[in-house]
Design a protein around this ligand. Structure first.
Ligand SMILES: [Zn+2]
Length: 156
């Protein structure tokens, strides 16, 4: 496994639409491993492939409940709305308040090619919506109702 460089806002790759994964090959499996390592090394809870310069519809998430690897994920159901704090490994200097659905259902394929459906709420639901936005070139700063520098109040 190897740690990859995370692109930051301003890089045009982050604004492009990612393509579906057509087959699981060794390269895709290695990419999943490298993405997880990169996310953990950066203390992130989620990472989308475009953030490391790969325009594929692949996301890794771990909100403290174990690693989830999502290939070709699609949100099939949304319910409610809530505004909460968000940050992003690709926008290291800012945090913001973003409105998201409270509950989402997400269909995706795992690394073995099995189709999975998860029903998520809380941080996992927010994270899924945030990471799937990356696959369409959308960043949380586009949606934030409030955006502020991380050292705004002199604290970390
Ligand atoms: Zn992000």
């Amino acid at each position: 496994m190897s740690k990859l460089k995370i692109l930051v806002a301003g890089d045009p790759v982050l604004r492009q639409k990612a393509q579906e994964v057509e087959r699981m090959d060794k390269k895709t499996l290695r990419l999943l491993d490298d993405m997880a390592e990169t996310m953990y090394a950066a203390n992130g809870v989620g990472l989308a492939a475009p953030q490391i310069g790969v325009l594929k519809r692949i996301v890794v998430i771990d909100v403290g409940e174990g690693l989830i690897e999502l290939i070709n994920p699609v949100i099939t159901y949304r319910e409610g709305s809530a505004v909460g704090p968000e940050g992003c490994l690709s926008v290291p200097d800012y945090e913001g308040e973003v409105e998201r659905a409270e509950i989402v259902h997400c269909e995706y394929y795992d690394r073995k090619g099995r189709k999975i459906l998860i029903k998520a709420d809380g941080l996992l639901a927010v994270c899924i919506q945030h990471e799937l936005d990356h696959l369409d070139g959308v960043l949380f700063i586009d949606k934030a109702k409030v955006l502020m520098p991380k050292d705004f109040d002199g604290e970390q």
